[in-house]
Design a protein around this ligand. Structure first.
Ligand SMILES: Nc1ncnc2c1ncn2[C@@H]1O[C@H](COP(=O)(O)OP(=O)(O)OP(=O)(O)O)[C@@H](O)[C@H]1O
Ligand SMILES: [Mg+2]
Length: 472
């Protein structure tokens, strides 16, 4: 018997009608191949046909096939063997089998081997149409699931950092390239975007990863304590210094020191930091002994350091010293495509931690998560998922398990605007306008030109409104 040539046929007229899923038909009966492919092309699918298993294999290797339709009872080919092959080599391709009327046993075997559905001959158009639609839907869900899983696996090399967004991929590349060097790194971004996580990842991937990773939050200590915390002190150097204390710089020797909230370092502290960064040397408080250390410095801030330099609140020389490489992390609302991935990641984390049977997030809940603005960024999302896992009574997270702000962003906005609905329309609008402008000013770090631009009004209008609303 002469086998049909591998064949790709596309119908341009129908190409845009619906999804251009690719369907491969394997049958050694030429008549079935032709009639099925004609029908499916009319339905708008991209159709590949094969009269033999070898041809089908070639087509599978060269084309992303979403669905394979195969006859089970082909004299020259073992239909179940085809399914086994598909299952092992192309698990993302769904399968529908066609069986002769009455051979139910083999159909059951086929389903056990992962076939999505079986159709008995003679094939009825409507049945085939429905079955294909359902199989493709299922296939798309599985493919998405698999992609998420693979993505999560890839993330493991970056520790716990999850991100599929192209700009997060760039962050991963940057982490990789700076990790092997001793260059200072400045990590910027709003609170909760993952700065600390990135700092840890750099250390973990660096050749110093067997050394210590020491984290200091510069904003959490008053100036005099911060100095002794960082550089150490000798006994008696100030009231309360009852014993020698080793500073964090020395503790980080051979590893990495991570200075968080660097913007809050006082001018005097900035001078000292500059010296350590330049010379890797310092003197503990009350000592004239110079200590030399070998470490990598990473700093982070959620402020705009360049602007602080312009305002002379941060030393320019220190800024240049620390800003050799900047890693900027975008707010979560600007990388919306990462939200589902992060949500799944946290679900997995808290499902294990709290030993709750919650396994998935309903699509409605997921779309609410994707729509919310996340002012607290990833940290806020993480908290929302933990809360949902703890509160959920079933195996899924639904909208009712999410915080009110996420479910009713419109209400939250209104609340944010302080509309308690008492007052005249003019007063209420003025109040709303005031808050919108205040928020825009905050987002633009007080820069009026930028604020006016963001709000789509002229600078003069902005000034006037600010004056009228008592914002100056
Ligand atoms: N890309 C990410 N993948 C997984 N978890 C993340 C990611 N980004 C942030 N997180 C998690 O979100 C939380 C906040 O992150 P992190 O503490 O690193 O933020 P931050 O930018 O340092 O915040 P802050 O400015 O308040 O110090 C942490 O629990 C962290 O594990
Ligand atoms: Mg942090």
């Amino acid at each position: 018997m002469k086998l049909a040539e591998p064949n790709v046929r596309e119908t341009p007229n129908n190409a845009s009608k619906k999804t251009t899923a690719t369907i491969l038909i394997l049958d050694d009966d030429r008549f079935i191949l032709d009639s099925l492919s004609e029908f499916l092309e009319m339905e708008g699918y991209r159709v590949l046909t094969a009269g033999a298993f070898d041809q089908a294999r070639v087509l599978l290797e060269r084309n992303p096939v979403h669905l394979m339709i195969t006859d089970l009872n082909m004299p020259s080919i073992d239909g179940l063997g085809v399914l086994r092959y598909l299952h092992d080599h192309f698990p993302q391709t769904a399968a529908i089998v066609i069986t002769a009327f009455g051979s139910i046993d083999s159909a059951v075997d086929a389903i056990k081997l992962g076939a999505y559905d079986y159709l008995t001959k003679p094939i009825i158009d409507d049945e085939l149409r429905m079955s294909i639609q359902r199989a493709l839907k299922q296939q798309a869900l599985q493919a998405e699931n698999l992609a998420l899983k693979q993505q999560l696996q890839r993330q493991n090399q970056y520790g716990e950092i999850v991100g599929r967004d192209r700009r997060m991929q760039k962050v991963f590349d940057l982490i990789e390239s700076v990790a092997s060097t001793t260059t200072s790194v400045l990590i910027t971004g709003e609170s909760g975007v993952g700065k600390t996580l990135v700092a840890r990842a750099i250390h973990r991937q660096s050749p110093r990863n067997t050394g210590p990773f020491v984290e200091v939050s510069c904003g959490s200590l008053p100036e005099n304590l911060l100095e002794s915390e960082l550089f150490g002190h000798v006994r008696g150097s100030f009231t309360g210094a009852v014993a020698d204390k080793q500073g964090r710089f020395l503790a980080a020797d051979g590893g990495t020191i991570f200075l968080d909230e660097i913007d809050s370092a006082s001018p005097a502290m900035q001078v000292k930091l500059l010296r350590v960064l330049q010379e890797r040397q310092f003197e503990p408080v009350g000592s004239d002994q110079t200590v030399t250390v070998n470490l990598r410095v990473i700093v982070a801030t959620n402020k705009n350091l360049k602007k602080l330099v312009e305002e002379e609140k941060f030393r320019q020389d220190l800024y240049y010293r620390i800003n050799v490489v900047e890693i900027h992390l975008l707010p979560l609302r600007e990388r919306v495509s990462d939200i589902p991935l992060l949500a799944e990641h946290f679900l997995e984390k808290f499902h294990r931690l709290h030993e709750k049977p919650v396994e998935s997030i309903l699509p409605e809940a997921m779309s609410l998560l994707a729509r919310y603005r996340w002012p607290g960024n990833v940290r806020e999302l993480e908290n929302a998922i933990e809360r949902a896992v703890v509160l959920s009574r079933g195996t899924v997270i639904g909208p009712e398990d999410l915080p009110a702000d996420v479910v009713e962003p419109a209400c939250a906005e209104t609340r944010g605007l302080g509309c308690d609905d008492s007052g005249t329309l003019i007063e209420l609008l003025a109040n709303a306008e005031k808050q919108i402008i205040q928020r825009a000013l905050k987002r633009c770090d007080g820069n009026r030109r930028e604020t006016a631009h963001t709000l789509g009004i002229s600078r003069t209008s902005l000034f006037r409104k600010m004056r009228d609303l008592g914002l100056q």
